[in-house]
Design a binder for this molecule. Structure first.
Ligand code: TXA
Ligand code: MG
Length: 317
């Protein structure tokens, strides 16, 4: 099998109706999609990604009203968040109805739901009479894909089709929010920040670290990680070796010879840095480097979510 990369919605829909997996674009990262009501289709996602069976999938729908079909309750605060941030980079974890199989939720009674902000994928969802389970379209633990080429690089011989929606416009995975005692709890940081959620809901908690039995494996300390060792810069370096790389926040260190380099945002724009982070890690990793040095970005707003991904990519495997 060799994956086709194109924009044919009819073909993508046909493959999905047939129970196959198709990579789809979203504004965060590309997803590896299959029929969320079909446990065999879901099982294929786990196989292709080499994903451990304790890691639940996010279910994508075309609107809040579609989301309501698959959950037992949609609390008022969830509705406020959905109305404010959907379509967009926010996943809401809610009690599932029985139509969503445990194969999708990894045995949990809750399901993560999201309306992605991408025209092609919304059009695809509108054509289907089932929602799409879709984790990021990368082998488990590796850096998520933000372009059709990234997906092809790793999954070209494992899936029939990649729906090409261009470069992902947000570039890091969605914010995941559940509810505990009626209070929103952030399980994974993303472009919808704690401040933005607090503005809508008042009180909000954050609980994004867990090493055993994680609620969200995006919470695993080591994740989003390239083959090269990633080392966060904590002091200024004099020099680096030929087989090492450097990812800077907005400018390269002066007077240092750098062959393998990448700048997240020359203008110091955190949104641009989020959009380019995974492309930078992948670009340097393709060169077979042993180590990638990387600078943290300013910790404000989406910067905290970018730093979260940088720290996890640098964590001991
Ligand atoms: O932006 C995104 O969320 C992308 C795009 C494709 O939508 N998807 C994504 O999926 O990042 P994935 O599988 O790489 O990460 C999904 C995370 C996992 O860490 C999973 O555990 C968590 O969502 N999750 C899914 N359902 C959950 C649930 N019921 N309770 C807690 N966490 C859940
Ligand atoms: Mg992932």
């Amino acid at each position: 099998m060799q994956a086709l990369i194109d924009t044919d919605l009819d073909l993508a829909a046909e493959l999905l109706v047939d129970g196959q997996c198709v990579a789809i674009p979203t504004e965060t990262v590309y997803g590896l999609a299959a029929n969320a009501l079909d446990k065999n289709a879901a099982a294929q996602i786990f196989k292709i990604k080499n994903r451990p069976d304790f890691d639940p999938l996010i279910v994508h729908v075309d609107s809040m009203f579609s989301a309501m079909k698959w959950v037992k309750e949609f609390p008022h605060k969830a509705e406020l968040l959905a109305r404010r941030f959907w379509p967009g980079p926010l996943t809401l974890v809610l009690p599932k109805k029985k139509e969503i199989p445990y194969e999708v939720t990894a045995g949990l009674e809750t399901v993560g739901l999201r309306v992605p902000q991408h025209d092609l994928t919304i059009q695809l969802l509108e054509r289907l009479n089932f929602p799409l389970a879709a984790p990021s379209a990368n082998p488990f633990g590796y850096v998520s894909p933000t372009s059709a080429d990234h997906v092809f690089d790793q999954l070209w011989d494992k899936i029939p089709y990649i729906l090409d929606g261009g470069e992902a416009q947000v570039g890091i995975e969605s914010t995941i929010v559940g509810f505990e005692d009626g209070i929103p709890v952030i399980y994974r940081k993303g472009a919808v920040t704690e401040e933005m959620i607090a503005e809508v809901c008042g009180e909000v908690r954050t609980q994004t670290h867990s090493t055993s039995n994680p609620k969200a494996p995006g919470m695993l300390t080591s994740h989003y990680s390239p083959n090269a060792d990633v080392e966060i810069i904590t002091r200024s370096l004099r020099s680096i070796r030929e087989n090492e790389g450097y990812i800077a926040w907005k400018e390269l260190p002066k007077g240092m010879e750098l062959k393998n380099k990448f700048i997240l945002s020359p203008n110091g724009d955190l949104y641009e840095a989020a959009r380019r982070l995974y492309a930078g890690l992948r670009l340097l990793d393709r060169k077979g480097l042993v180590r990638i040095f990387i600078e943290l970005v300013p910790e404000s707003g989406i910067g905290a979510s970018i730093n979260d991904r940088i720290r996890r990519s640098a964590a001991e495997k």
